[in-house]
Design a protein around this ligand. Structure first.
Ligand SMILES: Cc1ncc(COP(=O)(O)O)c(C=O)c1O
Length: 395
């Protein structure tokens, strides 16, 4: 069978046997290397989307692959009922890069699960029920997380919703004050709202949230499933200048954390940790050895390859080059979580780029194209993107 027939067979098979929950790009991904994805027919795509912000270390980073390979030859899995060197090292490493007040990690398997556990911990720690989340925020698709998601139609999809969710307006502290009474356990937010179209808030908003939480005994949760693990050019949004130095009581993580091996985590303060007892939380697969080896290798790869500094430098270059493209009216976000705003719809631009073998993402804002590339993206590859973008407008 020739390569084209094989690609067509894969598409036909997948459409026949997999539930069609996503509108897929016409790409059959076979192999990845750094910022490139290859198909079996030999095409290569510049990946500025990273498989939904997952491939932070680039596709198949050699040291991550080696660590997974090495661990899988030793022990694929054992649960939290035993100790594991892989888990001990991953937990220590993750806590070591976190803001100092976040001293313990809870491992799970995905972003939605991290958020469910964060909300549960906040309820346990405060003895209260309500959770405030924001217009435009996205927190996942399991029952409690989807009920906390005020973006678009998600709460509708997730009906019947879990009770106890309150809504405030992102960036508007008065709207938070209005609902933050003594029934509120937590305020949870994406510090940069990615799916909403990469929406940001002023640093003073985060400072005001911290003040309100301290004043009223509310747990502050940053959902850093997208912003965490280096994407903004710093390990976390928490503690950054953009956060006015504010550190929440809980950070939730997933996506980039395992370079593609499913893993999620909550980082918590001593005060929260002291309220959580044996059997309060649990998971079969969370903290499994393969995932833990992937976490340690991911964090080390980001460190050893100087990816945080790379993100900051290449972001600046990308912003500079985008000034040459008059159709880009604004660039939102930080680091490698960027929303390019156009005067008109972004979808045709996404498609034109795909024809030029460049993968980008859309968002729920029809005018915003999202870039979530691997943290190892270089200036040469930015040039390929900007040329692809400009030539798309020349057609
Ligand atoms: C900010 C944010 N939180 C939570 C989630 C849910 O993560 P997962 O799909 O791993 O459950 C996502 C996924 O896109 C996300 O972007």
């Amino acid at each position: 069978m020739n390569a084209i027939d094989k690609l067509e067979q894969t598409v036909e098979r997948e459409e026949r046997f997999q539930l069609a929950t996503y509108k897929k790009m016409p790409v059959v991904a076979e192999r990845g290397e750094g910022v490139w994805v290859f198909t079996s027919s030999g095409d290569r795509y510049l990946d500025l989307y990273g498989g939904h912000a997952v491939a932070a270390t680039g596709h198949c980073h050699p040291s991550v692959v080696a660590a997974i390979r090495e661990q899988s030859a030793k022990l694929l899995f054992y649960s939290n009922l035993v100790y594991s060197e892989a888990r001990a090292i991953a937990a220590e490493k993750l806590v070591s890069i976190a803001p100092a007040s976040l001293t313990k990690a809870f491992f799970c398997n995905s972003g939605t699960e991290a958020n469910e556990n964060a909300m549960r911990m906040a309820r346990m720690a405060t003895g209260r029920e309500h959770i405030i989340t924001f217009s435009g925020g996205f927190h996942g698709r399991t029952a409690d997380a989807i009920s906390a998601t005020f973006l678009g139609k998600y709460r509708e999809i997730g009906k019947p919703n879990v009770p106890g969710h309150l809504r405030a307006e992102f960036g508007d502290i008065e709207s938070v004050r209005a609902v933050a009474d003594e029934s509120v356990a937590a305020i949870m937010l994406e510090p940069i709202q990615s799916m909403a179209g990469v929406k940001t808030a002023e640093p003073s908003f985060f400072r005001a949230l911290r003040g309100l939480c301290d004043e009223r005994g509310i747990v502050l949760i940053y959902d850093e499933v997208q912003t965490g693990i280096g994407r903004t050019g710093e390990w976390f949004f928490a503690g950054s200048k953009a956060s006015d130095g504010v550190v929440p009581d809980v950070i939730t993580l997933a996506k980039a954390l395992g370079s593609g091996i499913p893993v999620g985590a909550c980082l918590v303060t001593d005060a929260i940790a002291s309220q959580i007892k044996e059997h309060d939380l649990g998971t079969t697969f969370g903290g499994g050895m393969i995932a833990m080896a992937a976490v340690t290798a991911t964090l080390e790869a980001i460190e050893n390859d100087g990816m945080l500094a790379n993100v900051r430098e290449v972001e600046e270059y990308l912003r500079r080059r985008l000034k040459e493209v008059e159709q880009v009216v604004n660039v939102h976000g930080r680091g490698f979580l960027l929303g390019l705003e156009f005067a008109d719809k972004a979808k045709p631009i996404h498609e034109a780029l795909l024809e030029r073998k460049i993968i980008t993402g859309t968002s729920s804002d029809p005018k915003v194209l999202r870039l979530l590339p691997p943290l190892c993206l270089r200036k040469e590859e930015v040039d390929i993107f900007v040329e692809g973008l400009s030539s798309g407008f020349a057609d």
